[in-house]
Design a protein around this ligand. Structure first.
Ligand SMILES: [Zn+2]
Length: 241
């Protein structure tokens, strides 16, 4: 484990419908962050905003009750949060993340929800590094409106989440910006290397290809069937004649 690895505490807020996805974080290896500890707050108050949303104030008050011994605390909730964002900064070291709508968007696009957790964490720790080891109040300045498959995509259209979760990267502009900042040795190189692994699984890439190009898939299947047939006849001839 590297010394400058950022430690993260996870707080599970209320009933969690995606525990198996969250648990994958505990065995995930990164040279940039580690999950140090977890805790949970089982019972939540009633929502205080319209559309059954929780305000930043209510979520912050839940976290204030305990002090977590980690660089960053990420609270995970299933409900809609204020402003209908995917994540919201709560303080210099606290952030809340919701699965609300992310789960549906990614399920429809055949993308593992775990990728969403990963890109959120990489974005959060990079903001933390960019802002001299805090989640600064003006961290939105790092985000760009244009969708580039980058962890700093604004996601004004929430459906654009599919790009960064299936082909995560740090875009050229964000990389150029990072060069002006004093970061730990090799931070950006390691970040880019780890982001490259956030892709769709081979199986889902294959099923996507079949859905998008059914005729080509059919032709490939037919060609392989003929080749297999010829091969099996040849092997039969060799063995039994
Ligand atoms: Zn970018």
């Amino acid at each position: 484990m590297k010394e400058d690895c950022i430690s993260i505490h996870i707080v599970l807020l209320g009933t969690q419908l995606h525990l198996s996805t969250i648990k994958k974080l505990y065995t995930y290896h990164s040279d940039l962050f580690r999950i140090k500890s977890t805790s949970s707050i089982a019972t939540l108050p009633e929502t205080d905003l319209s559309c059954w949303s929780y305000s930043k104030k209510v979520i912050s008050s839940l976290l204030e009750e305990s002090k977590y011994d980690a660089d960053i605390t990420i609270a995970i909730i299933e409900n809609r949060i204020e402003g209908n964002y995917f994540t919201r900064r709560l303080s210099d070291k606290n952030l809340v993340l919701t699965f609300y709508e992310a789960e549906t968007i990614l399920r429809d696009a055949n993308i593992d929800l775990f990728n969403y957790l990963l890109i959120t964490i990489y974005k959060t720790i990079t903001i933390y590094r960019f802002s001299n080891n805090v989640l600064s109040e003006d961290s939105s300045k790092f985000v760009h409106d244009e969708t580039r498959s980058c962890i700093f995509d604004m996601l004004g259209n929430k459906y654009d989440l599919v790009y960064s979760t299936s082909n995560a990267c740090l875009c050229q502009q964000c990389e150029a910006y990072s060069e002006k900042i004093d970061l730990p040795f090799n931070y950006i190189t390691t970040l880019k290397k780890e982001l490259k692994k956030i892709r769709k699984t081979r199986y889902t890439r294959l099923t996507d290809f079949i859905k998008q190009k059914p005729i080509i898939s059919l032709i490939i299947t037919a060609i392989f069937s003929v080749i297999l047939n010829v091969l099996s006849c040849y092997i039969f001839e060799l063995l039994f004649k």
